[in-house]
Design a protein around this ligand. Sequence first.
Ligand SMILES: Nc1ncnc2c1ncn2[C@@H]1O[C@H](COP(=O)(O)OP(=O)(O)OP(=O)(O)O)[C@@H](O)[C@H]1O
Ligand SMILES: [Mg+2]
Length: 287
Amino acid sequence: MEIKFLNTSHNYKGINKHDLVYALKEVNLSINDKDEFVAICGKTGSGKTTLVQHINGILLPTEGNVDVMGSVLTPKKRKNPKLLPIRKRVGFVFQFPEYQLFEETVLKDIEFAPLNFGFKKVEARARALEAAHLVGLDKKLLNKSPFNLSGGQMRKAAIAGILAYNPDVLVLDEPTRGLDPKGSDDVMDLFYKIHTKMHKSIILISHSMDNVYKYANRVIVMNDGKVAYDGDKYTLFKSGLYKEYHLEKPDVLKAVDYLNDTLHLNIDYDVHTLEELMTRLKEVYHE
Ligand SMILES: Nc1ncnc2c1ncn2[C@@H]1O[C@H](COP(=O)(O)OP(=O)(O)OP(=O)(O)O)[C@@H](O)[C@H]1O
Ligand SMILES: [Mg+2]
């Protein structure tokens, strides 16, 4: 099954009712619901959040359609399918977690979605506790109000709330924003594990090219509401195209360039982290 954008456009009303902001312009894209780890990149205001919010009907297209695994979302004036079944299949972690939390306690918040999607109370509770543990949320926080948490803790609670009902596809809008470096690595490793072990597709919006290069197997670059690039990460960074879209080169590739230049080596861009680069260097010097 696939998520397909079919000539999808979206415009927001400006301050003046007659002014329209064209945030998406005739986008055509297809993403499989299994085994894809897609990074969506692009400078601020390029349309990334607008794009992904069409995947579970937070936004409806103003023109064109979005086919979400067989349920076709169309402009508002037409008849649309029920959103609840779509939302059960597509878990969405918002760019700003405070928009996602609203219950009295963190635990109630995490079990809200499983209850809403029909899990029995006991099972919803068990799933919520397991998800809180998976994201590394301290047990002591579970009975607090979500609004008394730090930004990073809120984000973990929001992520746990999604993992608790086990959706097929995860859409993550800058999920590491506000997390410290260790928290960020832990959460990204968790998503990666979910992707590799359970074959779920992950759609990740990120400004961190280090994370994009480490985890993604496909990169989509948005520019001015359009898909400017859709392909593999090697070509994007090797060709120099990334500069046109105001993206930064991942640190590991900067290090590869430096080593190749200064030590006249010939290391390829097929290393994704500094650890992999170190291993490659050891191989080079033991050859
Ligand atoms: N609710 C809204 N009302 C009016 N215009 C909006 C609204 N939300 C977004 N826009 C506009 O639509 C365009 C795309 O915004 P969007 O939030 O999708 O960008 P983004 O790529 O996610 O940016 P960022 O990296 O800053 O999160 C921008 O020009 C933005 O100003
Ligand atoms: Mg955004």
